[in-house]
Design a protein around this ligand. Structure first.
Ligand code: DAH
Length: 343
């Protein structure tokens, strides 16, 4: 034999061709490799040309192994070609100076609602609370029944609450997290539960069908309304500043007895009276009270001889007075030019 395939077995030829393709330094070198093996006058077509010299019973096997060789070499050439092209694409352009400073990209800022949740969480953590969570889609039982809400209570109405096909609902407050948490844990309990709530409200400057609350729950052997007031006062001072005052007004909630509404003195006018507090000097921040015995019973806590307080506060409310946001809808329009001011 005169050509240099003569000394190579097919596997050896394959090894050589694949190694040469992989080592080709550039497109021209690779093309040379391709021509050597796969070109019209290349080694592999030459091998094919010898088929007629093979005894008939060996031709099938011979033909198949030459074809496999051809495919393997073609694949190696293609792979190297792709690798060379990719390397060329990522190579810096001519004249690129890597010592120049990079392009500056603006960092995102925290959404005011996330910022309030983060601050409130850290304040409550510092006095021994941990964070619990519950799902946005709730059962009627957790959202209403177990919270001692009577069957004819107006909040159950489909005009107020979003019901889903199948009977579940979008929670209208974070209070169902109380039920979930107590059913999964033994007392004592000291948790907050920040989260999103849903109500069928027509949006205006102070109403949104989406809003956020922070639920609080403290259950132990001896917990009183004084603990509630002390803890919320501590929270108010940390959140709004040392001068803020807290007052309780008697109220009614099905899940607490007694129940109160909690006002903070107006952050904007310091209590003198302004537009934000509607000239009352006070802003309503939360509902709260001592957990109703029926709630403790519904979650099986009656056997522990414990009691506790609970509260639910509006996060948007706090964000609006703290940052001077005049319209709740600004928190939901996601205009980054507006949101970039906070953080
Ligand atoms: N769930 C009530 C609401 O959305 C707020 C509330 C009031 C929560 C009293 C409580 C509570 O935990 O004890 O209006």
């Amino acid at each position: 034999m005169t050509d240099n395939t003569g000394s190579d077995t097919i596997p050896a030829l394959r090894g050589r061709a694949v190694a040469e393709a992989a080592a080709a330094a550039d497109a021209a070198a690779l093309e040379a490799v391709r021509l050597t093996y796969l070109g019209r006058k290349g080694l592999i077509p030459a091998l094919m040309g010898r088929l007629k010299d093979i005894p008939p019973e060996g031709r099938r096997d011979y033909g198949r192994s030459v074809n496999e060789l051809k495919d393997a070499v073609q694949a190696a050439v293609d792979a190297r070609k792709a690798a060379l092209e990719e390397a060329a694409a990522s190579r810096p352009a001519e004249g690129f100076d890597e010592s120049l400073p990079g392009e500056w990209r603006a960092l995102g800022t925290r959404h005011p609602i996330s910022a309030i949740i983060a601050r409130a969480t850290s304040i409550f953590r510092s006095i021994g609370f941990t964070v619990a969570e519950g799902p946005d889609i709730e059962t009627v039982r957790n959202n209403f029944d177990a919270l001692n809400t009577p069957p004819d209570h107006p909040s159950r109405d489909a005009q107020d609450t979003f019901y889903l096909a199948g009977g579940d609902l979008l929670r209208c407050h974070t209070s169902p997290v109380q039920v979930r948490y107590m059913e999964a844990h033994e007392p004592p309990v000291r948790i907050i539960a920040p989260g999103r709530c849903y109500r069928r409200d027509t949006p205006d400057a102070t109403h949104s069908a989406n809003f956020h609350q922070i639920e609080g729950l403290f259950i132990d052997r001896e917990v009183s309304l004084a603990d509630l007031k002390g803890d919320l006062t501590h929270f108010a001072r940390e959140m709004m500043g040392p001068g803020v005052k807290v007052r309780f007004r008697p109220h009614f909630f099905p899940f607490t007895e007694p129940s109160v509404e909690v006002d903070f003195s107006c952050h904007v006018c310091g209590g003198a009276g302004c537009r934000v507090c509607k000239h009352s000097g006070w802003i309503e921040i939360a509902g709260a009270g001592m957990v109703h015995p029926n709630v403790l019973k519904a979650v099986g806590y009656d056997r522990h001889g414990v009691c506790g307080y609970a509260f639910g506060m509006g996060i948007e409310r706090i964000a609006m007075i703290l940052y001077g946001i005049p319209d709740i809808r600004m928190l939901y329009e996601n205009d980054v030019r507006y949101l970039a001011q906070f953080g």
